[in-house]
Design a protein around this ligand. Sequence first.
Ligand code: MTE
Length: 327
Amino acid sequence: MPLIRIPKSWEILDPQITSETAFLNRRRFMTNLIGAGVTASLLPLTSCQSSDSSKTALDKSSTQAYSGLTRNSNFAKVDRAITDEALATKYNNFYEYGGTKSIWQAAQALPTENWKVEVAGLVKNPRTYDIDDIYKKFPIEERVYRFRCVEAWAMVVPWVGFPMKLLMADVEPQSNAKFVRFTSFYDKKITPGPGLMSQFYPWPYTEGLRIEEMANDLAFFATGLYGRQLPKQNGAPLREVIPWKYGFKGAKSIVKIEFVEKQPATFWNTVGPNEYAFEANVNPDQPHPRWSQASERVVGPGNSWSWETRPTLPYNGYGEYVASLYR
Ligand code: MTE
C-alpha cells in the first residue's frame, strides 16, 4: 500500500490544459498531411501484428548484467507469468527504426556511448547528467510491472531502474512546473523512421506527464530489464515506464527532460489526438475509435491470434496507487 503523504507544491492537481503550442503543432501536422493528399483515414497507426521474432536466439552478451539487484517486494506481484525475455526484447515498438515489431536489429544503430540527459525548464537545479552519474546517483531496484500497449497486447516485464520522484528531488521542480516533457534521441541519419510516412511525423518522439503523475510511487525510469542493462530496442539507456498508462506514454532513449507550465505537445497525441490522448490511462470502458479496449492479448509464443485473452483492468490494475490522481 502506498504511504499517505502531504503533497508538495509542485504536486498539486491542475486541470489539464491544452496549450496554444500543442494546438498549433497539431494544426500544422494536419495541414501538412492534407497538403500532401493524406486523409485522416490513412493516418498511420501502431499496428497489431504477429511476429515470429521470438524464434530468434537472444544474444545474451549484448547487455551487461546487474549484480546485487534487489526486487522491490511492493512491486513484485502480478496476476500472470513474467513474459519470456526473448519476446519482450524481440517484439517491440520503436518507430524511429521502423513500423513493424521486428526492429530490434535496426535499433542496434542507436549510439549509446557518452549518453547525456539534459534536465531543463522550471527546475531549481537544471543540469545535464552523464548516464554514468545516473547509474551512480540513484539506487537501482527491480520492479515487476504489467505492461499494456494501446494496441491491446500486454506483457509482464521485470524492469530495473529507479522511481522518477528521486530525480525530481534532485532537480527540484519550481512551483509553476505543472507538466514534464520527455524527448527521445533523434537523428535523421540514424533513425530513418517507418518508411514514407516518417516525413509527416512530428519527430523527435516526445511524451509528457502531469507533475503529480511523475511524482507517483509507480512512475519509473528504467535502465534495464530481466536483470540486465536495457537493450537498445527497449530504449537504452534510459526510458520511462508508466504502468497504469498505455505503453506509448513510455518514451525510450531519453535525452531531455523538461519541466513546463503548460501541457506539452507529444508525438502520438499530435499524430492522432482522437486516438491517442495525452492522459492515456488504461481503461477497458473507453474503446479506441477503431478497436475495443475491453480485453487484451497476453504476448506469448506463436502468433498473436493464439495468445491468451484477458479482461483489461482499469488503470492496468494499478488503481489503488493512482485512481486518486483523477478524481
Ligand atoms: N519511444 C520511442 N522513442 N519511440 C517509439 O516508437 N513506442 C512506444 C513506447 N516508447 C515508442 C517509444 C510504444 S507504442 C510502446 S507500446 C512501447 O514503447 C513499446 O516498448 P517495448 O518495445 O519495450 O515493448
